[in-house]
Design a binder for this molecule. Structure first.
Ligand SMILES: N[C@@H](CCC(=O)N[C@@H](CS)C(=O)NCC(=O)O)C(=O)O
Length: 244
């Protein structure tokens, strides 16, 4: 039974099918610009895992309706899997990628204390990125006279609290990476969140703040997968969002 699409709703292309690449390589499509820490952590993860993808660098402002055709929230990242399924939310996409490559290569440790430690660091990093994004939205989408300074101050406190904790975690880690002996999703998410906050915040953390965190980010950003996805941050425009 086919349900009629309600007036004004965008048809959700959940089942759109894409051709597969040579030798059965999965062809997945990543929607979203790399100046988003959520999109970037997915892109870097795919590069590190050797999963090829087509990139559609659509903007959440100007391409809102195009994105909504795949994701009812109109948010990025959205990943179209090789069977046409649209996956939304970076955490769910990363879970899918880890599942695809299996536990030995997965970017999150499989079980126990290392998994809990990695998830905690990812939550702090991604939480900081979300608090940074809220500051951007306040600046871009809210008229100046309606901005609420105590709310902005609370967001800044949350970002700095998170960065300070990440810095302490970097200090405490004995090796090159945050958890265990190899690079994990914790390193990827922490680096993506920190570089995003550096670019997007009007009062970004000063370079001399959080030295242990900075050292980890430099190590990550020097790797090819990180360098290939590093772009300057550009603010969404309220006008583009309104006219889309
Ligand atoms: N929890 C989501 C957050 C994604 C997110 O907030 N993406 C931003 C881009 S940085 C976005 O799409 N913003 C537009 C909007 O929410 O309207 C995830 O991890 O994927």
């Amino acid at each position: 039974m086919s349900a009629a699409t309600p007036a004004g709703a965008v048809e959700f292309r959940q089942q759109e099918r894409r051709p597969c690449g040579a030798e059965g390589d999965p062809v997945v499509i990543l929607i979203g610009m790399f100046d988003s820490p959520f999109v970037r952590r997915v892109a870097i993860s795919m590069k590190l895992l050797g999963i090829g993808f087509e990139h559609r660098d659509w903007s959440v402002g100007g391409d809102f309706e195009r994105i909504r055709a795949y994701n009812p929230l109109g948010r990025v990242p959205t990943l179209i899997a090789d069977d046409g399924e649209a996956l939304i939310d970076s955490a769910a996409i990363l879970d899918y990628l880890d599942d695809l490559v299996g536990p030995a290569r997965a970017l999150l440790p499989a079980t126990g204390a290392p998994r809990r430690a990695a998830l905690r660091l990812v939550a702090i990093a991604i939480g900081a990125a979300e608090k940074g994004a809220l500051q951007v939205y306040e600046r871009v989408f809210r008229p100046y006279e309606k901005r609420h300074e105590p709310w902005l101050e609370r967001l800044r406190t949350q970002v700095h609290g998170a960065l300070a904790e990440l810095d302490r975690s970097c200090e405490r880690s004995s090796g090159t990476w945050l958890v265990g002996e190899r690079l994990t999703q914790a390193d990827i998410s922490v680096s993506c969140a920190t570089t995003f906050l550096d670019g997007a915040l009007s009062a970004a953390p000063r370079p001399e703040q959080y030295p242990a965190l900075r050292a980890l980010v430099s190590r990550c950003e020097s790797l090819p997968g990180f360098a290939a996805t590093r772009i300057a941050w550009s603010a969404p425009t309220a006008a583009a969002a309104a006219s889309s």
